[in-house]
Design a protein around this ligand. Structure first.
Ligand SMILES: [Zn+2]
Length: 225
């Protein structure tokens, strides 16, 4: 896997902020919402979706709890099922396909949070041990016009995990992976796609997340979330 360059950040990453410390709590009844073709996790952060299928990876990352943007959207199987129904619908619409979301169990919700933690580590630039981890399975198919396409196979969290890993692979090959970033404001942590010309954005929103400027120079970077 191509290594990502560690980005300098005024706010250090708090590796102790594991998502399991954010239990479900009373709030908007997300479970009553019907699935839509929108990226509901990224929407609540007010960030534009990343291009192509990378938006699926971004949306998974944006399910995490934050002080600014409410609770963990994978806090239990009920919420996780709601999120995955929306995410798969949005991903399918983007691909012009029709995929049914996998059914999840409590175990699947746990593993999706683990997957999210791993992705957070990857985009943070923190080194991870190399290995030959087995990440999932896909079916490769040929359409009548000769187009080759792929789709995840399997059940539960594994189905989504494979879709996510393939999208990461395609993003790395397309040199867009380095533009997926997490806002260093510990109260925010929105995952955004840096569309600046030189990939220099640090904060997802300068107004709400960057510290006040001191002196005449700024290290905050542009706002391009
Ligand atoms: Zn932010």
């Amino acid at each position: 896997m191509r290594s990502r360059q560690r980005r300098s950040s005024p706010g250090s990453r708090d590796m102790t902020s594991h998502t399991r410390s954010w239990p479900c709590h009373a709030g908007p009844d997300l479970t009553s919402r019907r699935p839509t073709s929108s990226w509901i996790a990224s929407e609540r952060h007010g960030v534009a979706p990343a291009p192509g299928g990378l938006a699926l990876v971004q949306d998974l990352l944006n399910t995490r709890a934050s002080t600014q943007h409410s609770q963990d959207m994978l806090c239990d199987v009920t919420h996780a099922q709601l999120w995955i129904a929306n995410a798969v619908k949005a991903w399918s619409a983007q691909r012009g396909e029709d995929h049914a979301p996998p059914l999840l169990t409590d175990h699947d919700a746990d593993r999706l949070r683990d997957l999210r933690d791993m992705l957070e580590t990857l985009i943070s630039g923190v080194s991870v041990p190399t290995g030959h981890d087995y990440l999932g399975l896909a079916a490769i198919a040929r359409d009548a016009d000769g187009t080759i396409r792929w789709e995840p196979i399997g059940f539960g969290w594994r189905w989504l995990a494979f879709a996510v890993w393939i999208e990461v692979l395609l993003s790395q090959q397309g040199s867009t992976w380095q533009r997926l970033k997490q806002c260093p404001n510990p109260a925010c942590r929105a995952t955004f796609y840096d569309r600046s010309w030189n990939n220099s954005a640090v904060w997802h929103n300068l107004t709400t997340c960057a510290p006040p400027l001191s002196g005449s120079s700024s290290t905050a970077g542009p706002h391009l979330g």
